[in-house]
Write a new protein. Structure first.
Length: 53
């Protein structure tokens, strides 16, 4: 199948790193909240879009 390996390996890597990234994002959000910033954290996606956490 066309590009099946690339899609599969990307999915596996994403599943592997997401728990660690989620922990880092949680720490960052907590730090922002402690500093009394009145904004939500947004993460830029690889397609250039923004994702709220």
């Amino acid at each position: 199948q066309f590009r099946e390996y690339e899609r599969s390996s990307t999915t596996v890597v994403n599943a592997y790193v997401m728990p660690a990234i989620r922990g880092l994002i949680d720490q960052l959000e907590n730090g922002i909240a402690r500093q009394a910033f009145r904004t939500s954290l947004q993460v830029m996606q690889s397609n250039g879009g923004l994702m709220s956490t």
